[in-house]
Structures are given as C-alpha cells and as structure tokens.
Unconditional design. Structure first.
Length: 368
C-alpha cells in the first residue's frame, strides 16, 4: 500500500482476487469434466507426458522459495522479541536466529512424512486471525498520532513499475491453486454450489487482505516498512504476542512446505531416470541415503536465498511472478482450451497477458 496508495492497492487486490476466482473456477470445471483430482494429472492433459514433470518443477521451486520468505520473516521477528531481554542477547543476531531455526527445520524436512504436524494448520489460522485483529484494532490510534488527514492518505496514488510488484504480492496471497483440484474432487455439491463456494472464498480473502494491508499502512503511513509488523514498538505486548506466535508458526511451516517441494523434486528425478523403476524397487525419495543429502543441499540453498534477500516483499514478488503466476493463471488458461474445449478468447487471453505482465515487470524491476 505504501508503494501505490490505498485506493490503487485495493483495486490491485481486487484484480488479483478476480483473476484467482476465474482460474479456480476453470480448475473446478476441469475436475468435474475429467474426474482427475490432482493438478499434475490436469497438466498431463495439456502438456502430455511432460505435464506432471513441469508441474513438479514449479511446485519444487515455489515451495523452496516460500521457505526462504519464512526464514526472512523469522530474521525480523525473533530479534525483536529477544530485544526485550536486552540488545546483547544471542538471539538478537539474525545469523544466530537462522542457525537455531535450522536446527529444528532441517531434521523435520529430511523426514519421509510429517503427519505429526498436520494439526499446525489450526495454530496458523488462529495466529492469522489474532494478527489481523491486532493490526485492525491498533490502526485508529496510530493513525490519530500522525499528521496526515484521512482524505490526504486516500488521495495518494503512485502508479509505476512498483504497481506490478504490489499486484504480484497480491496474487501470491491468493495462491491456493495446487490444492484446488483435490478440493474440487471431494466437493459434494452441484456446479452452482461450487461456483458459490469459490466466490465466497475469493471475496473473503480479498476483504481480509485489504483490511490488514490498509490498516497496516494507515498506522504508519510513509514510515511503513515492507513487513509492517516490525513497525510496532518492541515493548508492545500484543505485537510481541503476534511475533511469538508467527515465529512458531513459521518454523513449523518451513518443513511443511519443504516436504511437498522435495517430493516434487524427487518426482522430477524419477522421471529423468535412464531406466524405468523395477517392481518393488524403492523410489529415490524412499532411500534415506539419497533423500537426506539432497534435502540438505536444497535447504542450504534456501538459507542462501534468505540471507541474500533483506527485503521480504522483493522476494515474494519474484517468486510470485516467475513461479506462482503460471500455476495460477497461465496453465488454467491452457486448460480452458485443451480440457474444457472452449473456444472463447477473452478470459484465457486475459490470464495469459496477466502472467506475461507480471513476468516482464519483475524482470525489468530486477535488472533496472
């Protein structure tokens, strides 16, 4: 919001939500038409035998990128919490935080399954709800301390190349597409009910994200940082609680995201093996002697990306533009033609143009 202004940001979030809604409906329709319940299977219908491998490659890179963003958040939140005990505490150093977090994340990421962490989604949901309530509740008081009037803040508009970064981050926030086919396969209602459910989901996400983003900006206006939770005072009790809960959630979210990313990576390796796997032969992923060192190397690369990415917004927009947007928009656009057999051009071409715009804008921003 600080990059473009309140009104443009709300409109960009609306654009991301509308595009997400349209592409999710395409995925729902594809599942109902084919009975296929995974994104990889649908990819095979548009790209042939290489479809699943292309999908796994995108999932792998996006998952590893998401873990890198979580680590960047941890490097911001944990030192602020530890600062309550004094600036000389060991955990106020970002590198120490990374090492401590890695001691938890790395062993869990090397495991074959993470069923023990399946209940962490409840903690994540509660943390998001609490953080949202804190940000929204504190906005009026913080805004009143500023010198800008509400009309002045609303009138600000700064449309430039940064607008695409905001749009890219908004799209990343709406990213649920890899799970949509499984949800669609299990959906028991009619096609009309499915469309209603997708619409409600999109509107709800747009409302929550807009409320958090706008209230966070109104609290600090021009002083808003890319991660505005770090704007709150170190001693702010509610902010401390949010930072603690978010830190715990992020530590657990790292192996949860590494797990499917590594499964996808090993799926690609299996597809590239020179000979077919014999019946009863272990997969590469099942071999601890292969899985552990490969996962360790990928996690080390993730740490490198996180340590070289001081601004989390820049990292998120890069991941979204290059890896999330094809999964969200480009591939569903192709499914619109190849699987559903529809000949209309407006929607799929718009989704392809949106993907291209995000890609080239991010490329221009990175190399400007």
């Amino acid at each position: 919001v600080s990059c473009v202004g309140v009104v443009p940001a709300v409109l960009l979030f609306a654009l991301a939500g509308f595009a997400t809604h349209a592409s999710n409906l395409i995925l729902f329709d594809c599942v109902m038409a084919t009975g296929r319940g995974s994104y990889g299977e649908l990819m095979s219908d548009i790209l042939g035998k290489y479809g699943a491998m292309v999908f796994d490659a995108f999932v792998c890179v996006e998952g590893i990128g998401a873990v890198a963003t979580y680590i960047v958040f941890l490097m911001a939140y944990v030192p602020q919490v530890c600062a309550l005990g004094g600036d000389d505490m060991w955990c106020t150093d970002e590198m120490n935080v990374v090492m401590a977090a890695s001691a938890i994340i790395w062993p869990l990421s090397c495991m074959k399954g993470l069923s023990a962490l399946r209940y962490t989604s409840t903690l994540s949901l509660l943390t998001i709800l609490l953080t949202s309530a804190v940000v929204i509740g504190k906005a009026p008081g913080h805004f009143a301390k500023g010198t800008s009037s509400f009309s002045e803040v609303l009138s600000k508009a700064n449309l430039n190349l940064g607008s695409f970064q905001v749009l890219s981050m908004a799209c990343f926030a709406f990213m649920t597409h890899t799970n949509t086919p499984e949800i669609a396969l299990c959906f028991a209602g009619s096609k009309k009910d499915a469309r209603k459910a997708v619409t409600v989901h999109s509107v709800l996400m747009w409302s929550v994200y807009c409320a958090i983003a706008v209230c966070g900006y109104l609290s600090f206006t021009e002083d808003t940082k890319q991660d505005f939770l770090t704007n709150y005072e170190v001693e702010d009790v509610l902010a401390v609680v949010c930072r603690c809960l978010l830190s715990c959630t992020l530590v657990l979210a790292c192996p949860i995201n590494m797990f499917p990313a590594m499964q996808a990576f090993f799926n690609v390796l299996e597809a590239l093996r020179p000979r077919p796997r014999r019946p009863g032969e272990e997969t590469l992923y099942d071999m601890a002697s292969v899985r552990v060192p490969v996962t360790t190397a990928c996690f080390a690369m993730t740490l490198g990306v996180a340590l070289k990415s001081p601004h989390v917004a820049d990292l998120i927009s890069t991941i979204s533009a290059y890896f999330s947007s094809p999964l969200m928009f480009a591939f569903p656009a192709l499914m619109h033609w190849r699987i559903l057999g529809r000949t209309s051009m407006g929607l799929p071409v718009s989704l392809l143009l949106l993907t291209a715009a995000l890609y080239f804008a991010e490329f221009a921003r990175n190399f400007a």
